[in-house]
Design a protein around this ligand. Structure first.
Ligand SMILES: Cc1ncc(COP(=O)(O)O)c(C=O)c1O
Length: 388
């Protein structure tokens, strides 16, 4: 008899963004707006810092929690941006990417058979990781009211059951561009305190925010040792997607356990990348400001164009680099995106890929140059005229 794969992994679904991208990658001349990635390369000063780090001998193993100097730089950053004091030795763990921070965090709080409530539409990895822990992800869609997404707190609270251990949300959101308000953060914390739950905030887009230099972190609202975890990444703010570097902030017991688990997962993030990341945190502000300004212009350009199209409505988006328009003709969003790709060579991510509440919309990543965005919206517009 042939040995089979574990049922727990067979149940993990395929990403539907990847399914669309696989078709697109077999084609030439596609305007690719389906992945969550800027078209800008890593800034030169960060690349130089990595080269220096290699020359300086950062080619050996580091601590499981990451270099103490990087953790200190991350703590300093929280002080400067949010006025929060963190202990780099107790509260911060450097990880080999945001997704690894998410993975090890979720692994630390869920047992098989537990439940996690995931606010959706959301990047599919959170729910998939919950599934990989043999736990159940209960997806809770945001509701659209007067052109802005909101958390449905009544539905959220009534979904909490015996086995619920965790609420996971993303702000600024991929794919919505939605950002949690201070009152949202307080209500989420209240619910978690009342029901004895962990609150996991994915804040990897916090620096891509259009109403200030940083989207306020949930950590600003925490009192003492709260059951709160924040996951973060160097990927989006510093165009370092390929470097695989992130971090988590949490209560000391979870940080200690995540550090220990890191040994058995990746041991630690790459040494030279950690060293380069210290320089990114220290010197990155000016380049970041320029990038966010460019993103704001791109968001406004794409949003204005979308608003002119028939059967399209565009919810508010205050952060990240996505728009998530509802499109009447995209009731089957995968089929819509597949046809748009084949007929017009524009690659968008289907809303259905982002779970409950996502169907009927598409995600457009506008972190691309005008030479891509302009023909993309033009082709989408002409496709809608034919399709509608
Ligand atoms: C919401 C969200 N969280 C986490 C990540 C992970 O980023 P990375 O693993 O590149 O650090 C992404 C990447 O797209 C994301 O969109």
């Amino acid at each position: 008899m042939k040995p089979r794969l574990a049922q727990s992994v067979q149940a993990v679904p395929q990403s539907r963004i990847r399914e669309l991208a696989d078709i697109a990658m077999s084609m030439d001349g596609v305007l690719r707006l389906y992945f969550g990635e800027s078209d800008l390369p890593t800034p030169q000063y960060i690349k130089d810092a990595a080269i220096h780090a290699l020359r300086d001998g950062y080619t050996f193993y580091t601590e499981n929690a990451g270099l103490p100097s990087l953790r200190a730089a991350i703590a300093r950053n929280y002080k400067d941006l949010h006025g929060i004091t963190l202990d780099p030795a107790r509260n911060i763990v450097v990880t080999a990417s945001g997704v690894q921070a998410l993975h090890v965090s979720i692994r630390c709080v869920l047992d098989p058979g537990d439940e996690a409530i995931v606010l959706t539409p959301a990047w599919p990895n959170g729910s998939a990781i919950v599934g990989m822990c043999s736990a159940r992800a209960l997806q809770m869609p945001h509701v659209l009211r007067s052109g802005r997404y909101e958390i449905d707190f009544a539905a959220l609270e009534s979904a909490i059951g015996e086995r619920t251990r965790l609420i996971l949300y993303t702000s600024p959101s991929n794919p919505l561009g939605w950002v949690a308000t201070g009152s949202d953060q307080e209500r989420l914390l209240e619910i978690c305190r009342k029901h004895g739950l962990w609150l996991l905030a994915d804040e990897v887009y916090e620096r891509l925010y259009y109403q200030g230099p940083v989207a306020p972190s949930i950590l600003r609202k925490c009192r003492g040792e709260e059951a709160v975890i924040v996951v973060h990444s160097f990927s989006k703010s510093y165009c370092m997607t390929g470097w695989r570097l992130g971090w988590l902030v949490s209560r000391a017991d979870l940080a200690r356990k995540a550090t220990q688990l890191n040994e058995f997962i990746v041991s630690h993030a790459p040494s030279m990348a950690q060293k380069a990341a210290e320089v990114a945190l220290r010197q990155g502000e000016e380049e970041l400001r320029t990038m966010v300004e460019r993103l704001r212009e791109s968001r406004d350009f794409v949003r204005n164009e979308l608003q002119e199209m028939p059967g399209v409505s565009v919810p508010q988006a205050e952060g990240a680099f996505y728009l998530f328009p509802r499109i009447e003709a995209a009731a089957d969003s995968f089929d819509f995106c597949r046809r748009l790709l084949i007929e017009k060579k524009v690659g968008l991510a289907p809303g259905v890929a982002f779970g409950e509440g996502g169907e009927g919309s598409v995600r457009i990543c506008y972190a691309a140059s005008r030479t891509v965005l302009e023909p993309a919206v033009e082709r989408l517009s002409s496709f809608l005229r034919i399709y509608c």
